[in-house]
Design a protein around this ligand. Sequence first.
Ligand code: 5GP
Length: 204
Amino acid sequence: MSHNVTRVLIPPRKVIVITAPSGAGKSSIVRKLLKQMHELAFSVSCTTREKRLGEEHGKDYFFISAEEFKKRITNNEFAEHEEVYPGKFYGTLKSEIENMWNNLQVAVFDIDVKGAVNLKKQFGNDALTIFIQPPSKESLINRLKNRATEDDKSLKARIKRSEEELAYADKFDKIVLNRDFDTAYMRVKNLVIGFLKPETIHVH
Ligand code: 5GP
């Protein structure tokens, strides 16, 4: 008996989560991915940290006060939130994800390892989680040091946290080694393309 196979594009209520220790180069990969794949949209998080030079409210983050952040926790507005550094809160708004899905876009997250584990629990097979692995601990520390944005105290906190985050690698769907940017980028892009392939249903 032969089957008629119909391909149906199902609105992609899917999410792609790119995670890594701070300083592993995930943000550059996410930026390029968004430039090249227009079906993807960046999930803008809320944060209580200070805005860095060149960052824009509503584009990089929603920069909000600790008080407003707490209010949003109470109102159950976050899909996940973490105190990524002492006193610095970061969180993903449920409304951001819904808006992207309503626009038939796939939500892309650049979040810390704990937030990524949390989203995977919520979205299961509708989430692709990719861990960007730095080539070595030393390379990670050097990258963090080369960032002129951090004062000495927060740099130390970031190094400590990055070391802890390295241990999370095996909790994610895929690990991509970032020894060379172009190779790592192509690998991530191919994983995303594979994940978003149109669903197929069989009609008898
Ligand atoms: P940065 O301050 O360098 O922009 O970000 C610090 C860390 O917080 C990065 O690992 C970044 O991916 C993570 N992050 C950004 N937004 C969120 C979020 O909404 N939730 C969580 N859990 N982490 C986030």
